[in-house]
Design a protein around this ligand. Structure first.
Ligand code: 5GP
Length: 119
């Protein structure tokens, strides 16, 4: 794992500004700087797990926390009835920041097909 702090760690440290929606002991939620939908949040664990595929059993609780937060953030944003969670894993899948994060996307039409990507 890179010892360089990820962009998200720098945001958590306050070195880079962001529009913070939520923070707690285990995760932060920020507005994506380049939104792909009217609602586009990033749900980010404080611990740096580079990719979902790097998660281990010891991360089970924090992974569960991220999923619960996704539902809570959707409620908070008023989109609990229609939202999508995306995790890009690996360069070929479009991952650009190697610090695990969930994209929460909403208020965009998702009807191009069951698996159509909002990106
Ligand atoms: P990925 O491509 O790794 O799945 O998603 C990374 C996301 O982080 C992208 O949607 C990108 O717009 C967002 N992002 C990258 N740098 C920053 C930043 O400095 N601030 C915020 N708020 N979002 C960022």
């Amino acid at each position: 794992m890179s010892s360089e702090p990820s962009i998200f760690e720098r945001i958590m440290a306050g070195d880079i500004p962001s529009e913070m929606v939520h923070e707690d002991d285990h995760a932060i939620v920020i507005q994506d700087i380049n939104p792909q939908a009217p609602i586009h949040l990033l749900i980010i664990p404080r611990i740096k797990i580079p990719r979902l595929a790097d998660a281990e059993v010891q991360h089970q609780a924090v992974l569960g926390h991220l999923m619960l937060l996704a539902g809570q953030m959707a409620e908070k944003m008023g989109c609990a009835d229609a939202f999508r969670i995306v995790i890009n894993n690996g360069v070929e899948a479009g991952q650009t920041v190697f610090h695990l994060h969930l994209h929460l996307l909403a208020q965009k039409r998702f009807d191009e097909g069951a698996l159509a990507s909002p990106f």
